[in-house]
Design a protein around this ligand. Structure first.
Ligand code: ADP
Ligand code: MG
Length: 699
């Protein structure tokens, strides 16, 4: 008999339930304390946990363990060690110590360090993150860890995320206590990332070097049908897709990942999966795992899961919606509009903190979603624009307007909000419009940051969000702390009013895809950082260095190292794409074009040899067209080749990234457009790779 879902769910996770069962009571308590209060873990506790973990893992078929970490590549990394330990006589036991659980020492020298490696030792270490549960995958016990250089510099995405959660926790608790909310002792951030992806047939995928090497198609004329009928969105799932999704859910559930929603997306072959939200670091780990499991399960079904932001030209790309909020240890969502005036004061403070954070650090938020892949989406008419603004919806905007203009009755507008229901009917009840064109939207009781690319880790955007909101709260606390309790309501009102006046420029409820908005945003002085190379230099601006260092998210060295890694990754990505393009043009496409040209030429000669007066005008026209394309493609390819040689000789990273953006990408566009135009003349039997029609409608 097959197991029920509740039995399957979390069956491969060393979760709280397992810990309670397997650990001695005092050890369990000590571990919970560490998890909840972020306190130091004693070695005897670690030893005890390690033994229980190993026993549980071995019972579930594990033979190995690995520290699992998230280096700056954006992927996860692992190095497996078996539990075996010799005891003499050629015998072994399965062994795992607290020391092995808590700390690992992988060679860090081949992970990107952005120069940190030159200054510090090549050794790195991984440190157990007990706040994210260990799990079993493919016979190995996975232990989520942070990854640092030997001298403590973060070399990963988890360390700064944990630091950002900590600073937000500190600042949020401080302000809640000030507002009289004495029960709250901790605040954590919650994230629910909605993940988009494409599925293509594996046999077809394997015939496309571009998909294999770059994750996206570098060529391909649009198929006769695309997404114009919008018949795929929420459409009935095809059997093969449905079987895939079913398996995927089950694999994710086993890992304790609460996969909840699945549906077809707008573009053909595009789909989405959304989990139920979780604490930020767990949600980040889960999203990394989700992407991995998506690929693995696809393989079993003869499919390939594409997570690239823009696998196909001419139809939508894939993104990730980062739903974000803050929750107290008492279970209160701080972005849930309250039912009492006091709760509303609290809500307004946290709402304003987010608005201020987004306004003050829009450049960093933009950087946090910047990548070569995502550049194809942001600003195109399918994804939020590169301009970061906030959608609040009419109701909430009206509330802020009334505070700004003192249009509430009486002296204490905040107090009046609840009793004054007649002033604002259905206050906060409405879950807001769905304005899909906004990069950052309030959706009832959370914010949804929609600019993320589908393939990147969600750690980055949340590091920025947490830190920027913590900074806003820190400043608010400074402005409020001198007021006695009986003046607090008025002080809060005044603060909210000041904040609205200062930051309302970032609020925009209109159509983010329109040209008018671009002009309007410029008038308002908002950033419009169109591409990754445009955005990245803001990472090292004074105000941003101040933010990161004052909240102990990154040291100055860590900031510069990350800046360098981001620049390099951008340039390398496009370099690989350009090289793949060259290869496909020279070795696949041009020869195919020549084959077809020869066939046409041969046919003309053959006809003329039989009867000189046979009409050949159309074929001669075709021959001229094909020959013309050959010349044009060859010329465009030569230019790309020459410019790539220039790029290869450049060493200044910021200049190089701009060169890739401003010169190489347009070169690639020129090659692509001629190749795609020529493709429409070439029969499938000669075309060296499966076309869009096949790729998009094969599953
Ligand atoms: P949609 O945006 O498609 O309408 P929902 O609004 O139901 O879908 O939720 C989208 C995502 O937001 C889900 O992953 C959900 O778990 C998550 N979410 C809901 N509440 C919160 C919250 N308080 N904090 C973070 N994420 C949340
Ligand atoms: Mg959504």
């Amino acid at each position: 008999m097959s197991k029920s879902i509740p039995e399957i769910y979390g069956s491969l996770v060393f979760n709280d339930k397992v810990m309670r069962e397997k650990l001695p009571k005092d050890i369990y308590k000590a571990l919970r304390k560490t998890i909840e209060n972020n306190t130091h873990l004693e070695l005897d506790v670690a030893n005890s946990v390690a033994v229980a973990m190993k026993e549980w893992a071995v019972e579930h078929g594990a033979t190995h363990y690995t520290h699992w970490f998230q280096p700056m590549t954006g992927f996860t990394a692992e190095k497996h060690d078996s539990f075996i330990s010799p005891v003499g006589d050629g015998q072994i036991i399965m062994d795992f110590s607290g020391k092995e659980l808590v700390k690992g020492e992988p060679d860090a020298s081949s992970f990107p360090s952005g120069g940190l490696r030159a200054t510090f030792e090549a050794r790195g270490y991984t440190a157990w993150d007990p706040t994210s549960p260990a799990f079993i995958k493919d016979g190995t016990l996975y232990i989520p860890t942070a990854f640092c250089s030997y001298s403590g510099e973060a070399l990963d995405k988890k360390t700064p995320l944990l630091r950002s959660m900590e600073t937000l926790n500190t600042e949020a608790v401080k302000i809640l206590q000030l507002l009289g909310n004495k029960d709250v002792t901790s605040v954590s951030t919650t994230i629910g990332p909605e993940q988009e992806y494409f599925l293509v047939d594996k046999a077809l995928y394997e015939q496309r070097k571009d998909l294999i090497f770059t994750g996206r198609t570098l060529f391909g004329a649009m198929s006769p049908k695309g997404q114009e009928m919008e018949d795929h969105y929420f459409g009935a799932l095809k059997p093969r897709v449905s079987a895939y999704m079913h398996d995927l859910d089950e694999e994710l559930w086993k890992l304790g990942i609460p996969a909840k929603t699945k549906h077809n997306e707008v573009a053909p072959a595009q789909h989405e999966l959304a989990p139920i939200f979780d604490t930020a670091n767990v949600a980040v780990d889960h999203n990394q795992l989700t992407m991995e499991v998506m690929k693995k399960v696809a393989d079993k079904h003869g499919l390939v899961c594409l997570l690239h932001e823009k696998p196909f030209d001419g139809i939508n790309g894939s993104g990730k919606h980062n739903n974000w909020s803050m929750i107290t240890n008492t279970g209160v969502n701080l972005l849930e509009p309250g039912r009492t005036p006091a709760e509303n004061a609290q809500f307004l403070i946290f709402l304003m903190a987010v608005i201020k954070a987004v306004d003050d650090y829009a450049d960093l938020l933009r950087i946090s979603v910047a990548s070569a892949g995502n550049d194809h989406r942001l600003g195109a008419n399918e994804a939020p624009p590169a301009i970061i603004s906030i959608f609040l919806g009419d109701e909430l905007t009206a509330v802020l307007d009334s505070i700004e203009n003192d249009t509430f009755f009486g002296k204490h507008p905040l107090v009046q909000m609840d009793t004054g229901a007649t002033v604002l009917p259905h206050f906060f009840k409405d879950n807001t419009d769905r304005n899909r064109t906004s990069p950052f939207a309030f959706t009832g009781n959370k914010f949804e940051f929609r600019s993320l690319g589908s393939s990147s880790s969600v750690a980055g955007p949340n590091i920025i969000l947490n830190t920027a909101v913590a900074e806003a709260l820190r400043q608010f606390y400074g402005e409020l702390k001198a007021f006695p309790e009986d003046q607090m309501d008025e002080a809060v009102r005044a603060l909210v009013k000041r904040a609205i006046l200062k930051h309302k420029k970032v609020i925009f409820n209109g159509n983010g895809y329109s040209d008018e908005w671009v002009q309007e945003a410029e008038k308002r002085g908002l950033y419009n950082l169109k591409s990754t190379p445009d955005a990245l230099p803001y990472f090292i601006h004074e105000k941003n260095i101040d933010l990161f260092t004052s909240h102990h998210i990154f040291s100055k060295e860590e900031i510069f190292s990350r800046y360098e890694i981001l620049l390099e990754t951008y340039s390398k990505t496009i370099h690989i794409e350009a090289k793949t393009m060259e290869d496909m043009v020279r070795r696949d496409f041009l020869p195919a074009l020549m084959t077809y040209t020869d066939e046409v030429a041969a046919s003309i000669s053959a006809k003329k040899a039989v009867l000189a007066t046979l009409p050949c005008t159309a074929q001669e026209k075709l021959l001229t067209t094909l020959s013309g394309y050959y010349e044009a493609i060859y010329t465009a390819e030569e230019k790309l080749e020459a410019d790539l040689a220039t790029a290869e000789g450049m060493t200044d990273q910021p200049a190089l990234s701009l060169f890739y953006h401003e010169t190489i990408l347009p070169d690639m566009d020129a090659v692509r457009s001629t190749v795609d135009a020529a493709e429409t003349y070439i029969p499938d039997s000669i075309l060296p790779y499966p076309n869009y029609e096949k790729l998009l409608f094969s599953v």
